[in-house]
Design a binder for this molecule. Structure first.
Ligand SMILES: [Zn+2]
Length: 153
């Protein structure tokens, strides 16, 4: 399982699941701050006993500054395959009060599935609010949860 949070800031694009979403704020981070992609990376790395994203791609490494997170996801999936596993399915939930993400979810699933080289049916992305409660409810940032199931080849 993977969990990730990024705070909102002005002047950055909002990128989730590799899709740029129209919004007046984006997420702060060393990379493109794609919270959903990071949660999925952590879920996959965890499933094959490979620690977490920070261990493989340290945010102190200038090489990964503003890097497209789907590129990291691609590398993570290569690691999964090197270890002799393949993805059975991915399920994820984005927690955001705004913007409304539902219209973008199928497009995110498409891009994520293509990046990981799996059928779209194996990738599910949901979105929810917290009814105004907590940091996501106050619009301070976005959180994402992901669960990955892998099988030995
Ligand atoms: Zn992150």
């Amino acid at each position: 399982m993977g969990y990730d949070v990024h705070p909102f800031v002005e002047g950055r694009p909002l990128i989730l699941g590799g899709i740029t979403i129209p919004h007046h704020q984006g997420l702060a981070g060393h990379s493109d701050a794609d919270c959903l992609a990071h949660a999925i990376c952590d879920a996959l790395l965890g499933a094959v006993s490979e620690g977490d994203l920070g261990r493989h791609f340290p945010d102190t490494d200038p090489q990964y500054k503003d890097v497209e997170s789907l590129l990291l996801l691609k590398k993570v999936n290569e690691r999964v395959e090197q270890k002799g596993f393949r993805i059975t399915n991915i399920d994820a939930t984005i927690v955001a009060q705004a913007p409304r993400l539902v219209p973008f979810l199928p497009h995110m699933e498409d891009r994520l599935a293509t990046t990981m080289g799996v059928e779209k049916e194996r990738v599910n992305v949901k979105a929810t609010t917290t009814e105004g409660l907590g940091f996501t409810g106050r619009g301070e940032g976005i959180a994402a949860y992901a669960v990955a199931l892998v099988e030995g080849r």
